[in-house]
Design a protein around this ligand. Sequence first.
Ligand SMILES: Nc1ncnc2c1ncn2[C@@H]1O[C@H](COP(=O)(O)OP(=O)(O)O)[C@@H](O)[C@H]1O
Ligand SMILES: [Mg+2]
Length: 350
Amino acid sequence: MNNPEPAQQIQLLRDGYWDRTSIIKLADNSKRVRKISKGSDSAGPWGIQNLRAEALYLANLEPNLQDFFPPLLDHWDGTTTGYDMGFMANYIDVGQIAKQQLFSQQQADAMQVYLAKRLFNELHTPSSAPAVLSNNIKETFTQALEYLQTHTELSILLPAININGLPVAALEQQLNKLFSSNILDKLDQGPQVRLHGDLFLENMLLPAADPGQNWPEHLILIDPISVAGVSTGHPLFDLGKYESYANGELSAMRGEYLILQGFTDPYQINQQHQFQWAIDWHAAAMAGIKNIDWQHQLRAEYIRHYGSVDSALYELLQAYFGAAMVICTDGREQQGRALKMRTSLELCLA
Ligand SMILES: Nc1ncnc2c1ncn2[C@@H]1O[C@H](COP(=O)(O)OP(=O)(O)O)[C@@H](O)[C@H]1O
Ligand SMILES: [Mg+2]
């Protein structure tokens, strides 16, 4: 179909970087969730292709996975690009479950065990698609470098600096070292699986209230495929993304619950090249992530399934997530993302 069914928007759910997600009502009064690409209004280089790929991803799910995502109801590529999916009434995202402290530790653990079971056994099926991740990562770091080179304030992060006490080599030097190492090959040579691609708590839904039994197992995933269009690759990609939020970092950056030092306002050169960043754990919005462990159970299950985590690859992925977002965020979040990218690159190459 080339255009969506006419509908009335009844609630905007998210005005995202690349698309807008709303609850809509059709002429027969039925409700759905509609995601429409913002096209040329979108921040950064990604957008329409991603939403197309997202619809295709949902359309191609095998029968055993169909209860793990909302049903795909329609998709189109015409005046706009987008898709409709089932509206999960009375569900909220797991970021909210965490923030509002709705789960006990036992429930958070049960959610992670259930997620692991579905993710590693059913979603992560072997993929024969050519490995794209290392090229994608190279391009993204190169773009981030060029971006910082032309950015008045953030260009102070380019030379050798010190972040939280860690000496960090100049960014160009880091990238030369990375591109001439075999670390990127390790990523493409490992097992390639279908990924979720953007697996973090805000892209998972659960009933807002206890449905009576097995609350954590009512988990639904949404919003597959990463910002850079990655949908297959090394399974560590999904674990790394998940943990980057569940450990507080991504949640703090998205909400700007950050303590940052080294950037001045008005902007001045930082002569010492010393930077500090930390999660503001005193922020009320961080309490749910601080008080409940949202990550160790999933990691334990990952290790049981895939074996130990390669720490260089892990840091590479963290640096890559940072680099991808440096390009399309701003303000304090962007400063945090850039510092994270620089630190993780250093740890990857250590
Ligand atoms: N099918 C759905 N039913 C109910 N709520 C949804 C549904 N899809 C998305 N949402 C809500 O909208 C938010 C944004 O949707 P998402 O697909 O993650 O968009 P984005 O790509 O902008 O992150 C989600 O975090 C969730 O709270
Ligand atoms: Mg999302």
